[in-house]
Design a binder for this molecule. Structure first.
Ligand SMILES: Nc1ncnc2c1ncn2[C@@H]1O[C@H](COP(=O)(O)OP(=O)(O)OP(=O)(O)O)[C@@H](O)[C@H]1O
Ligand SMILES: [Mg+2]
Length: 421
């Protein structure tokens, strides 16, 4: 052993109520001439002290009596393990046949009292120490594995959530694109039909005018009635063609530099008239919004179309209201929004509401009938003005139509500012 520091003795604590058993053990583990491991054996018959020592980890191995003064050594082991004690424990039993119980309680090994010699004792202690160390490592590994699994699971969940968000955003973008493309295709078709129909109307108006003039010379009451009816029908046709052209963005526009808030303010009396007394009008416009370059007549028509839709939808509902508001939409856009607290739209209506001739107002006559051109005009106006239109609605939650319109370019603004409304 010369030159080498001696290894520290293995510290054993015996928890046992028998002093004799302790003395035997200590004698058995006394120093040996031929070297080998050295032991420092201590003893306590005080259960509480033993328990405290196990928790603090004051020894390298614990030898615990199976039966401790009325109390069970097994319980002591169980309690210690439950409290997270991982130190090696050897159970000392009076007989064979309890090894399974001891193992289940958490002992690393056991010895039958009076049936072991020094060699078996040493082997058992060494084994218990190794076994406890293995168990401890396994538990650590298990814990770190669980932590890794939990971390990975969280990472996967996060990645999955991001993926779902992306899919959702993409689906929405695709749906919006499909909708825009559909409306565009519909616009092309509508535009050419309206154009042809316009020619028919022009011929019709020409002939009606000639007839009117001739009648003017020789008034004939039998002809005046049908002529008036025909002229009225032709006018209706003209309005429809206008609606179609507006949707198809083929209506010639006369854009002027306008402030939405000013136009809305001036139109207020007409909007109130359209809504009727039963529907409250709320106007919430931003006085500092920059001007936009739009056709005033078409803009007014948009506002009146939206108001009449709100009237049709919200009529007869207590607390019905229609709110017009404007705000800075960011990115050089101004947002105009028209919201009501009517019954809202079902998904089918929402999908088709912008299409010309799509109407759910088919019941009754006169006022109950719709042509389905109101929102088509709204949509056409927004797009032809360089902007966009969208509808937010859910059944039972009212309708909000949002138009975003580009702010007039700065040079235009400077140039025309004095003439702006
Ligand atoms: N504010 C609203 N609340 C609930 N549904 C609405 C609202 N506005 C429009 N709709 C639905 O969208 C459809 C299309 O509206 P749009 O204004 O284009 O046509 P319309 O009102 O039916 O007829 P028109 O405006 O030509 O008289 C309506 O028939 C209705 O079903
Ligand atoms: Mg309408």
């Amino acid at each position: 052993m010369s030159g080498h520091a001696e290894p520290a003795p293995i510290r054993l604590l015996m928890i046992d109520d028998s002093d004799a058993a302790f003395l035997t053990l200590r004698a058995m583990l006394g120093p040996r001439r031929d070297g080998g491991a050295r032991y420092a054996v201590t003893h306590t018959s005080d259960l509480a002290a033993g328990r405290a020592d196990m928790r603090a980890g004051g020894h390298d191995c614990y030898l615990i009596d199976y039966r401790l003064r009325g109390e069970s050594g097994l319980d002591l082991v169980r309690d210690a393990r439950a409290a997270g004690v991982t130190w090696p424990i050897v159970m000392l039993t009076a007989s064979n046949g309890v090894e399974r119980e001891a193992a289940e309680a958490g002992a690393n090994d056991f010895l039958v009292k009076g049936e072991f010699d020094r060699a078996l004792l040493e082997r058992t202690v060494r084994y218990a120490i190794n076994n406890a160390e293995g168990v401890r490592r396994l538990a650590e590994l298990n814990a770190s594995l669980e932590a890794t699994v939990a971390e990975r699971t969280a990472q996967y969940a996060e990645a999955n959530r991001q993926l779902l968000d992306q899919i959702h955003a993409r689906e929405q973008a695709e749906a919006a694109l499909v909708q825009a493309e559909r409306l565009q295709a519909l616009g092309r078709m509508t535009g050419s039909v309206a154009h042809d129909f316009n020619n028919v109307l022009t011929a019709l108006f020409g002939s009606l005018e000639v007839l009117g003039r001739r009648l003017g010379d020789r008034p004939d009451p039998r002809l005046a009635g049908p002529l008036a009816t025909a002229t009225e029908a032709a006018r209706l046709g003209e309005r429809m063609v206008e609606g179609l052209l507006a949707f198809a963005r083929r209506r010639p526009l006369a854009p002027r530099l306008l402030r939405l808030q000013a136009v809305i303010g001036e139109l207020e009396p007409l909007l109130r008239l359209t809504l009727g007394a039963a529907i409250a009008l709320r106007i919430d416009t931003d006085p500092h919004l920059p001007p936009v370059l739009v056709d005033r007549e078409q803009l007014e028509r948009v506002l009146l179309n939206l108001a009449s839709n709100a009237r049709d939808a919200a009529a007869g509902r207590p607390g019905a209201r229609f709110a017009l508001s404007t705000r800075d939409g960011g990115d050089g856009m101004v947002e105009l929004s028209a919201a009501d607290n009517g019954p809202g739209m079902d998904p089918h209506t929402l999908e088709h509401a912008f299409e010309p001739f799509f109407t759910t107002k088919t019941g009754g006559q006169g006022a109950g009938q719709g042509t389905g051109l109101g929102l088509a005009q709204v949509y056409g106006f927004a797009v032809q003005s360089g902007g966009q239109a969208a509808i937010d609605s859910r059944p039972g939650e009212g309708v909000r139509v949002r138009l975003s319109i580009p702010v007039a370019g700065e040079r235009v603004a400077d140039h025309q500012a004095l003439g702006a409304a």
